[in-house]
Design a protein around this ligand. Structure first.
Ligand code: FAD
Length: 470
């Protein structure tokens, strides 16, 4: 490898932040090396995150539809069965193909790929213990830390990835548990809970806070929780996990009310701990070169992604901000644009968020709660999919579009969508909000009929005037 020659850019970590930064740097004409310890590119997202979870969400949704929805469409099935090994294999195949695809992109763009564990020797030298047992030193004028995040457990809970699993174990359970307890009602817990619930597990979600997905708009959240409850997901909110005992056959979970009170014991075959993620910098020797982190271990950077150490940058899950793959990618591009003497830009207020359950929930911009807190005067425009012709035609009319627009100027401040395809529908709103559009701008754009996107147009009409179809 040419890894020991001087590079313009060295990226530590081949996740969505790191691999995108490496490709973009090479495209900008910079000599670039990317170091990844996993033996496969794509990071958490591609190997044990976004992609495998979406594969299982889709497979389990198809099974659920075949069992519960096909009959409504006049399709009779005599029996429907899950072949779990085959379902897991299709997920693993998707992951394998995509990781190899990134290796192909590295070759195409002439990014040098070093497989191994990187640690800082100095602000422009990284020592790599390579996967094949060797060691090499990679030098670079600019070094980008893109080492991402790792699963976080709770005090007193040891993850064994068999009976007490993280999201990683929950992507590969060898059988469908009869009872699954999910600790933490964030999007990862709800997505993985949905997968196993659809495949037949009885799912209980235990959450310390009073609400599921706290960042979500409150009105949307209420409808979302009701929808999940209709799918038989049970919620124990304001509930604290006291201890977890996996010594017997299954797992015993002792819980108590968050504000104190009587303890109860729950039993499960598998417990999924999805209580958040933590920045991953272990073994990097950041202290050696004096890179500053915050109390939570996140690397502190300025608006150019530069740390306090000259020549050392950081992007993605390892720095403060939303821990999302597309945010990491935006960081990566902007960071190398700065390095190349251009101008990068990421607007963290306009990063969309999607929960890939059924229905999906997608949002961009402010929630109603945030606007109230900030004292902003706003109007609300809503449109339910019950009044959308396409949603009715396909018998999938759960959910709504909610638009929050400035009371004076009609500028769009936030858009929240709950619908089966909300994660795709949201991007019209993401574009609009990035161009400072008013809701009338959306309302006056011709939308194809019959589409679910028309619900966004109608919700936009509802903010400053009246919708047509309700
Ligand atoms: P990572 O993807 O964590 O990549 C960092 C890489 O660096 C890793 O491959 C690691 O092996 C490597 N590394 C670390 N230290 C070293 C070292 N010293 N030397 C060499 N290599 C090193 N986000 C979304 O946007 N949408 C989703 O649908 C979504 N679903 C998710 C589902 C699950 C179950 C999980 C766990 C996460 C999900 N996420 C999702 C979050 C997403 O995976 C992360 O935000 C994203 O991967 C962050 O990218 P990153 O490049 O910063 O870090």
């Amino acid at each position: 490898s040419s890894g020991s020659d001087e590079n313009d850019v060295v990226v530590i970590g081949g996740g969505p932040g790191g691999y995108v930064a490496a490709i973009k740097a090479a495209q900008l004409g910079l000599k670039t090396t990317c170091i990844e310890k996993r033996g496969a590119l794509g990071g958490t997202c591609l190997n044990v995150g976004c992609i495998p979870s979406k594969a299982l969400l889709h497979s389990s949704h198809m099974y659920h539809e075949a069992k519960h929805a096909f009959a409504n469409h006049g399709i009779k099935l005599t029996s429907v069965e899950v072949d779990l090994p085959a379902m897991l294999a299709q997920k693993d195949n998707a992951v394998k193909n995509l990781t190899r695809g990134i290796e192909g992109l590295f070759k195409k763009n002439k990014v040098t790929y070093v497989k191994g564990y990187g640690k800082f020797l100095s602000p422009n030298e990284v020592s790599v213990d390579t996967i094949d047992g060797g060691n090499t030193v990679v030098k670079g004028k600019h070094i980008i830390v893109a080492t991402g995040s790792d699963v976080k457990s709770l005090p007193g809970i040891t993850i064994d990835e068999k009976k007490i699993v993280s999201s990683t174990g929950a992507l590969s359970l060898s059988e469908v548990p009869k009872k699954l307890i999910v600790i933490g009602a964030g999007y990862i817990g709800l997505e993985m809970g949905s997968v196993w619930g659809r495949l037949g597990a009885e799912v209980t979600v235990v959450e310390f806070a009073g609400d599921i997905v706290p960042s979500m708009d409150g009105e949307i959240r209420k409808q979302f929780q009701r929808s999940l409850e209709k799918q038989k997901m049970k919620f124990m909110l304001k509930t604290k996990v006291v201890s977890v005992d996996a010594s017997g056959d299954g797992v015993k979970l002792t819980v108590e009310p968050a504000e104190g009170g009587d303890q109860t014991t729950l039993e499960a075959d598998v417990v999924l701990v999805s209580a958040g993620r933590t920045p991953f910098t272990s073994g990097l020797d950041l202290e050696k070169i004096g890179v500053e982190t915050d109390k939570g271990g996140r690397i502190l950077v300025n608006e150019r992604f530069l740390t306090n150490v000259s020549g050392v940058y950081a992007i993605g899950d390892v720095i403060p901000g939303p821990m999302l793959a597309h945010k990491a990618e935006e960081d990566g591009v902007a960071c190398v644009e700065f390095i190349a003497g251009k101008h990068g830009h990421v607007d963290y207020d306009k990063v969309p968020g999607v929960v890939y359950t059924h229905p999906e929930v997608a949002s961009v911009g402010k929630t109603e709660e945030q606007l109230k807190k900030d004292g902003v005067s706003y109007r609300v425009g809503k449109f339910p999919f019950m009044a959308n012709s396409r949603a009715k035609a396909i018998d999938n009319a759960e959910g709504l579009v909610k638009i929050l627009a400035d009371k004076e100027t009609d500028k769009i401040l936030g858009v929240h969508i709950m619908s089966p395809n909300a994660g795709e529908l949201i991007h019209e709103a993401v574009l609009a909000i990035n161009y400072d559009a008013s809701s009338e701008d959306i309302a006056r754009v011709c939308h194809a009929h019959p589409t679910m996107s028309e619900a966004l147009k109608e919700a936009a009409m509802a903010t400053y005037d009246k919708p047509i179809h309700i």
